[in-house]
Design a protein around this ligand. Sequence first.
Ligand SMILES: NC(=O)c1ccc[n+]([C@@H]2O[C@H](COP(=O)([O-])OP(=O)(O)OC[C@H]3O[C@@H](n4cnc5c(N)ncnc54)[C@H](OP(=O)(O)O)[C@@H]3O)[C@@H](O)[C@H]2O)c1
Length: 228
Amino acid sequence: MSDESIAIVGGTGDLGYGLALRWALAGFNVVIGSRVASRAEEAAQKIRDNIGPTAKVQGFVNEEAILQSWIVVIAVPFSAQAATLLSIREKLRTGQTVVDCTVPLEATVGGAATRILGLWAGSAAEQAKRLLPDTVHVAAAFQNVSAHALQESNQPVDCDVFVCADSAEVRAWLRPWVEAIPNCRYVDGGKLENSRIVESLTAFLIGVNRRYKVLGSGIRITGIGPAK
Ligand SMILES: NC(=O)c1ccc[n+]([C@@H]2O[C@H](COP(=O)([O-])OP(=O)(O)OC[C@H]3O[C@@H](n4cnc5c(N)ncnc54)[C@H](OP(=O)(O)O)[C@@H]3O)[C@@H](O)[C@H]2O)c1
């Protein structure tokens, strides 16, 4: 496992693929995870075709992908979050960081994409923490970044990324992964419980996208200056 490597569970999907593409463009080692090995390898090949053979990207089934990196991103629909976490939890190693990107949109159970589900745990990220062993760190990030914007790889991504985790060290550790995406600004999002607010902003942004007929609205915090 290397500090320069990141594994993405659900890396074949809209968000996961967009993140994989951006991190591969930045020169990081990217491991795409899928329930099906061939789908993961297909997504990895698509990135190599896009960037060139030097792109450091590979595809594995989720259970193997998570063994390759200290950071594991979860990018699956909320309806699949719990089952996905339970399928990998026994294999996670002490000290790994799991970054949850899932948003509990009502649409995931048949309702509106502009509404958020109320969860007993408080947020999808806090639910992830409850489902995972205490030996791994849990963070939340990238919930407000549009997959469409990430996949438009010749354009910068006009969005702040709030990184929430109970440990300030873990939040800081994720900073380079945010700043690797052109124009994304890292914002220290504080404790994991703040993911309740961040996740709900995604439902709001989906409504903005609809009203303004765009695919990738984002969010910016003012008054804190440029990225430092
Ligand atoms: N799309 C966005 O713009 C965006 C932005 C911010 C946050 N998010 C959040 O990020 C998460 C992923 O969004 P997405 O749009 O990328 O989702 P997606 O494309 O629908 O799915 C992502 C991947 O999850 C896996 N998956 C799908 N159904 C599954 C199931 N029932 N069980 C296990 N794995 C399943 C699939 O990978 P395999 O079939 O290869 O296993 C799929 O490629 C969601 O929670 C979403 O709310 C999305």
